[in-house]
Design a binder for this molecule. Structure first.
Ligand code: SAM
Ligand code: SF4
Length: 475
């Protein structure tokens, strides 16, 4: 059992982020196209890049070189991951917070935000509303507060899995919450979570300390070693991230690579996902309107392509903080998961009270399309929306790594599971228009599968079963 806030113990820990080295690497300029091509080829050969190679890509300013980098990312994405894109929704559980992150609408000193924590009853209503729209994968989001201890998170996760509505159910729950001690992580793992996300926000310690002036989050090392504790507790599925706008985005991209290497060396496994949210405006939060290191769209796209090449085995997430056109372009560079139909007001999916959503939200979203709309548009653009939870349910952890490393993995598992879960959505929840687009996309995918693929006949058999009412079939 655990209760309240964890006791911070950072004795003997030393940062593995070599700030001086990163700054030196980023001082150089890249002019040698052959060098860039060799680095891209190394990535396409299924190797993670080193910091100096990644810095060469980040230091490129020539438009032709940048175009080659983006083309490299597009090739890697197509060659390894195919058309599939996984969909999820965020569910905010509570916005009480003891920290004072200068960029966040939930910070303790913000008097403009209305504080709210879902009751178990309200949580059930939220989950029902999400299931009734067709969602299967959620990420639960919490402020940092003694109320949101490991037991509370455990109980909310269990509640989500227990809540079923008609044919709807949530099959995978990920978490974005403050980092715990080893015991706390263990308790949360018992609830059957997928990924535990903790964003370092900025890896540059001086800035980190300036933007986290008080509360537990003020301790840089406690957060930097969050995944070490999670791994020690048996959670090997972790999501890292940096909040773009606090410090130089190139520094953050390289620092995430050093963090990745640290985890690979110590635990033999890198991050399951990497996120790079840009700061969005937030209620009562002037800092968020003028972040000191705002990243332009062009630099952002270039960085996404470079992260894809640098850590080719990892999932990449881009949320509805970003506008539609930018999200669509970024999927081509290798984004593997997006949220859809998101509402980040607490209690907003089921409208449990009269207070407007923006007064309970952490920040403002840019992409307000419904899940149905997103699915229709993705299918139109030749992507294959997926609600697959197959690997997680079959205990195939490290699935992104397997997709990347095991020949034929995407063809054998990911594409068939995407087809099965998309079909469920189309039959149970889609509007007629989206249903037509989705069915056309599925036909396209099946036609592209060679008849020699032994999985094809099995898939067609299972698809028949889904059409006649069976649910939750996967490979
Ligand atoms: N309270 C926990 C924490 O800070 O780790 C988890 C939840 S916090 C609500 C989730 C993430 O939201 C933070 O890690 C941060 O990167 C991001 N965030 C905070 N303020 C933001 C803003 N104004 N715009 C975009 N993202 C923001
Ligand atoms: Fe609290 Fe997290 Fe927001 Fe910081 S980012 S104020 S810890 S909710």
């Amino acid at each position: 059992m655990s209760s309240g806030l964890p006791k911070l113990d950072v004795n003997g820990l030393e940062s593995f982020i070599p700030e001086g080295e990163i700054s030196e690497l980023l001082k150089k300029t890249t002019t040698d196209i052959k060098q860039v091509r060799d680095i891209i080829a190394k990535s396409l050969d299924k190797n993670r890049l080193n910091p100096d190679e990644t810095a060469v890509l980040l230091n490129a300013t020539n438009p032709d070189i940048i175009e080659e980098i983006k083309e490299g990312a597009r090739t890697l994405k197509k060659r390894i991951y195919g058309n599939r894109i996984v969909l999820f929704a965020p569910l905010y559980i509570g916005n009480d917070c003891i920290n004072n992150c200068t960029y966040c609408g939930f910070r303790k000193s913000n008097l403009d935000v209305v504080r709210k924590t879902l009751t178990m009853n309200e949580l059930q209503k939220e989950v029902t509303a999400l299931e009734d729209r067709g969602h299967k994968r959620l990420i639960l989001v919490y402020g940092e507060h003694p109320k949101y201890d490991a037991d509370f998170i455990h109980d909310t996760v269990r509640k989500v899995y227990e809540t079923k509505s008609g044919k709807g159910e949530i099959r995978r729950v990920n978490i974005n919450a403050a980092p715990f001690d080893v015991d706390g992580f263990r308790r949360i793992k018992e609830a059957g979570i997928g990924t535990f996300q903790v964003f370092q926000e900025t890896y540059y310690q001086k800035t980190y300390e300036a933007v986290h002036p008080s509360g537990l989050k003020a301790n840089y090392l406690w957060r930097l070693f969050a995944f070490d504790r999670a791994m020690e507790a048996g959670i090997d599925d972790v999501g890292m991230g940096a909040l773009m706008g606090l410090y130089d985005h190139k520094f953050e991209a390289l620092a995430m690579l050093y963090h990745t290497i640290h985890l690979e060396e110590k635990f033999g496994v890198g991050p399951h996902t990497i996120s790079f949210p840009r700061i969005e405006p937030a209620i009562g939060t002037d800092y968020a309107n003028h972040p000191p290191y705002q990243v332009s769209d062009a630099d952002f796209m270039k960085m996404i392509a470079i992260i894809r090449l640098a850590v080719p085995y990892t999932g990449m997430i881009l949320t509805a903080r970003e506008p539609v056109a930018l999200r669509n372009e970024a999927i081509g560079y290798g984004i593997s998961q997006i949220d859809a139909g998101s509402n980040i007001g607490i209690g907003a999916y089921s409208q449990t009270d009269e207070i407007s959503d923006d007064k309970k939200s952490q920040f403002v979203l840019s992409d307000n399309r419904s899940l149905d709309q997103v699915i229709g548009e993705l299918c139109d653009a030749d992507f294959l929306p997926s609600f697959c939870t197959g690997c997680y349910r079959l205990g195939r952890t490290g699935e992104h790594f397997m997709e990347f490393a095991v020949p034929g993995f995407v063809k054998r598992f990911c594409t068939p599971n995407a087809i099965l879960t998309l079909t469920e959505y189309l039959l149970d929840y889609a509007t007629p228009e989206t249903k037509a687009k989705g069915m056309a996309a599925i036909e396209r995918e099946i036609a592209a599968m060679p008849d020699s693929n032994p999985q094809k006949s099995l898939l067609l058999e299972r698809l028949k079963q889904v059409h006649s009412g069976k649910r939750d079939l996967f490979f």
